[in-house]
Design a protein around this ligand. Structure first.
Ligand code: HEM
Length: 138
């Protein structure tokens, strides 16, 4: 679940400064350029993740781990020598929060006046951060 949710984050890495002239796929990257890695694009690359927009934790649950799709923990916290120092803290906090909530609450979709389940629409908007949230407690 944690890995699958990491996939759905709308994420860019922090900006990094190039310390020497470089080249990538034929593109010249002069020293001093600012580079921002597009982590979201990696997490939604159909060559790595067939059907990347579907919620599918099974992609990480094969008993033969070689059959699993790439573990998103390998890139969502950044890459290279300067990665996120809060990665383990984040993973453990999320695990404890989800386990606590599931032990105390029953989570289900809201129903309309006819008792029919209401499925929230999922979509993204273009912004640094954005949140669409509809909750109700009965
Ligand atoms: C799911 C949760 C989190 C995600 C996906 C995440 C992701 C990232 C990413 C992509 C970077 C940039 C790495 C790079 O420059 O290549 C970063 C940096 C950083 N993160 Fe996180 N992070 C998370 C939680 C946390 C938490 C809980 C903390 C602190 C308690 C934290 C502290 C930091 C700090 C201080 C940096 C800057 C490190 C540096 O530039 O030296 N992060 N994080």
């Amino acid at each position: 679940m944690f890995k699958e949710e990491l996939m759905q984050l709308n994420l860019l890495a922090l900006p990094h400064c190039v310390t020497q002239d470089d080249e990538y796929l034929g593109y010249r990257i002069p020293k001093g350029s600012t580079i921002v890695a597009n982590i979201w694009k990696i997490a939604h690359d159909p060559d790595l993740y067939p059907d990347p927009f579907s919620f599918s934790p099974e992609r990480f649950l094969n008993s033969d781990s070689a059959q699993n799709q790439l573990d998103p923990k390998k890139f969502v916290f950044g890459f290279g020598r300067r990665t996120c120092p809060g990665a383990q803290f984040a993973e453990l906090s999320i695990f404890l929060n989800v386990a606590s909530i599931l032990s105390a609450f029953t989570i289900s979709k809201a129903v309309d006046t006819h008792g029919k389940e209401i499925s929230p629409e999922l979509d993204f908007t273009t912004a640094i951060t954005s949140l669409h949230c509809n909750t109700s407690s009965n």
